[in-house]
Design a protein around this ligand. Sequence first.
Ligand code: PEP
Ligand code: MG
Length: 897
Amino acid sequence: MKKWVYFFGGGKSEGGGEWRDLLGGKGAGLAEMTKIGLPVPAGFTISTEACDYFYKNGKKYPAALKKEVATHVARLERVTRKKLGDPKNPLLVSVRSGSARSMPGMMETILNLGLNDRSVEGLAATTKNDRFAYDAYRRFVQMYCTVVMEMSKEDLEHRLRAMKARLGFKEDTAVPASGWKELVAEYKKLFQQKTGGTFPEHPMDQLWGAIGAVFGSWMAEKAVTYRRVEKITGLLGTAVNVVQMVFGNTGDNSGTGVCFTRDPSSGEKIFYGDYLVNAQGEDVVAGIRTPMPLSEMKKAMPKVYGQLEKVRVKLERHYRDMQDMEFTVEDGKLYMLQTRTGKRTPAAAFRIAVDMADEKLITKDEALQRIKPEDIERLFYPVIDSKVDKKSLQSRVLTTGINAVPGAAVGKVIFSAREAEEWTERGEKVILVRRETSPEDVGGMAVAQGILTATGGKTSHAAVVARGWGKCCIVGAEKLDIDYANQKMSAGGKVVKQGEWITLDGGEGVVYAGDMPLVTPELPKAYATIMKWADETRRLGVRTNADTPQDARKAREFGAEGIGLVRTEHMFFTDFEQPEKSHERQRAIQEMILADNKEARVRALDKLLPFQRRDFVGIFQAMDGFPVTIRLIDPPLHEFVPHERPKQEELARDLGIDVETVARRVEQLHEANPMLGHRGCRLAITYPEILEMQVRAIIEAAIECTKAGIKVIPEIMHPLTLDRKEYMILDHASRRIADDLIKKSGVKLHYLVGTMIELPRAALLAGEIAELAEFFSFGTNDLTQTTMGLSRDDAGRFLPDYVDEKKAGIFAADPFQTLDEKGVGFLVQWGIEHGRKTRPKLEVGICGEHGGDADSVKFCHKVKMDYVSASPFRVPISRLAAAQAVVEEKLAKRKRP
Ligand code: PEP
Ligand code: MG
C-alpha cells in the first residue's frame, strides 16, 4: 500500500535528506537533521505525492490519508508526551509548506495549531504565562482566518489596532492576556459573520483546514508566478510539514533566527545571520522588526551560540554546501527548524564553489555543477561609475539602509508592484520602493531594476527573493518615510515623488537621488578559476554569433573560439567602424535591389564589395587562428527598401530614378508570407551575382589577411537550403570563385563550404546534402519555426499560454529559448547522424539562439555536435554548460548498473 506520511522525531526518521522530491526541501531537511542527531522538534511530513494526487483528483485527498494522519498524530503525541487540544498539557503544532525547490514565502504556514478555549488554559498553566498563551491563541486564530478562510488581513489588523487604542497600549508586547482574550472573541465573531460557521475548536478539524490551505497555496497566483519567473517546472507539488511548536517568544532567554554557514553576499567563510530576542520565527522573515547580527547573540547567549556554531560545522560538512538554517531558542534550549541550501549572490556562488573545492569538501566537477547559468549572467553586475566625484555623490545621498544584494540600479520610483509591471511594460526602468515586500509583490520585484524597503534585515522576504535573482536590493532603510496615499517618500527633509529617478547602491546600502551612470566591474577571481576548470572539462567548442569586428573582439574576451555565424546582411545597413558611411552602404544594396537587369545589379554590388571586404578583414583579424563562419545574405529583399512614400522619394532622388519605379518594385517584393518566401539561398539561386560578390569579398579578405600573417579559417555558409541540387549549384558557384581567386593570389588558403540546416526537409535529407556540404550549422530559430509551424515573430502573443502551467502548460519552456528536444531535437539528431553517415568528418554546430541556452547546449553535447555558437555575452554560459554536460554524462554512466 502506498505510504503518504513520513515521521521524524526522537532521533529517528522514516525519510532522509535525499528524498527532496517526495518530502520537499523542508521535510527532507528535518528528516536528515533528526537522523544525524541534531536537536529538531518531532513531526511528520505529508508527501508531495499526496499533493499531486489532490490536484489530479479534483482536489480530493487519497482515501488512506485520513487514517495515516491520525496514526501519525498519535505517534507525535507519544513522542512529545503531549496531546493535541489537551486542557492540561497541550501539544501545539506548526503546519508548513515545502516543495522540492525552495520558494521563499510563496506558500502558506500556520502556527500554534491545536489551541482552543480549553487548551489555551493548559498552555497558560504549563508556561506559567497567561499573556504568552493568549497572544499565541490570537496569532493562531488570526492566521487561520487569513490563511485558511482567506479573510482580509486588514480587517483583522484593524481590530487589533482598535483593541490596543481602546485599552491604551502602543506596543503588542504591552498587551495583557485579557486584551488578547478580547481580541480572540472578536476574531471569532468576525469569522462567523464572514463564513457563516463557527471557528473550529477541534484540533483535528483545525489540522485538516490547515492541510487544505497548504495544498491550495501550491496553485496560488503568487506561487505560480514565482515558479514561472524562476523556471521551476516538473515538481509534484508541496509537502505539508506538521511539527511540534517550540517558542522563541517566551521571554528574554528565548529567541529565533536565520543564519548562513557562509556569507551569502560575498561567499566569505564566516558565520552570518540575524537573531531576534523574544520573537517567533515569522518576525525575522517578515522583516517587521530589525534584528541583531549573530555576533551580538554570541555575547548575549554564549552557550547556545557555541551549540549553534557546532551545528553550522556539522551541517556544512554533512551537506557539503552552504546552508541556510532557521533556529529557535526556547528557554535557553536550541532547536533547529530548517536547513536548506542557501541562496547566494552570483559572486558568492563562484567563491563558495572554488573555496569548497580547495578545502576538498567537494570535487572540481561538483564545483562546476554548483554554478547556474544565471549566476554567470548576473556576475556582470553594474556599479556606480567611479568617475562620479565623491562630493557630488555625497550631496545626493537620500538615505541609507542594509546592503542586502550588491550591484547598482537606476530607475524611476514606483510604490506598488502592479504599477512597476505596468511601467516596465511601457518601457520604463523602475525601482520598486515598499515599506516591506510580500510574496504578492514578486511580479513587480521581478521586473524592477532594484528593490528598496524601509524595514527588514538581510533575511527578509525582499532580501531573500532579490538575492536569488541577483537583483540589487536595499532593505531596512528605516529613516525612509513612505506615503503610499500621496505616492511620495521622504528622508532627511528630501522628498521623492513617484516617477522620479533614484539610484541604489546595493553594495554599500546607499540610496541616491537622481540617475547615476553605471559601469560593469571586474570579475571576481573565482570566476576565472571556474571558467578555467570548465574549459579543461568540456568537449564542445564554443563560438560566437558576431557581425562586427567589435563584437568579435568582445566575444574573444568572453572566451569564444571562433565565429559560428556572421549575419552579413547586418553589414548592409550599418558601418560600425565608420558610421558616417552607413548611408553609402544602404544606397548600394538598395540600388542592387531596384536594378531591373543583371548589369545594373552587378554595378551596385561592385559598390558593396569593398565595404564587405573591409568588415571581413576586421573580423578575421579579431579571430586570428579561429574559424569564422560567414553566412551569405538571408532576409527577404523587401526588408532593405523603404515602405513609406517620403523615404521612397528620397531614395528615388538619390538614385536618380522615378519614385513610381521605386514604389512599384517595393510592391513587387511584397510577400504574404515572407518567412517562407524569397529569402535565404533562394536569393542566390535567382541572383547568382549576389553570391559571387559575397564569396569574392570573403576570399579576398582572407587572402589579404593571410598575406599579412593572420591565420584565417573561413567557412562559407548557405542559409535555408532545402535540397541537394539546390545546394550543389551554390556549392559549385562558391568553389569556382574561391578557387580562382586563391589560385591567382598564389597564397595557401584552406576554406570550407557548408550549409545551415533550418528546414525540416534539409534535416531529413541531411545524408544527401552532406555528400557536398563540408559542414552543417543548425539554425534552430528557423528550424523551430518551420518544424513547429510557429512564427518566431508573432508566436509571443499566445506562446506564453502554452508555457503557463495554469493555462495550458503544454511546453515546459518557450521553444524559441530552450530547444524542443522531442520534435526539433529529433530532427537535429537525425540530421547529424545521417550527415555523418555520408561524411564522417562533417563539422556540426548550432547558431540559433539556443546555442546560448544552458539546457540546449547540454543537448548539443549529447548529440555530439562539434561546437555551439552564442551571442558574445552568453559565451561564458555556453562554456560552463558544455562542461556541466560532461560532468552529468560521467554521473549518468556511474549510475548505470
Ligand atoms: C536561425 O534561423 O537559427 C539563424 C541562426 O538564422 P536567423 O536567426 O538569422 O534566421
Ligand atoms: Mg535563420
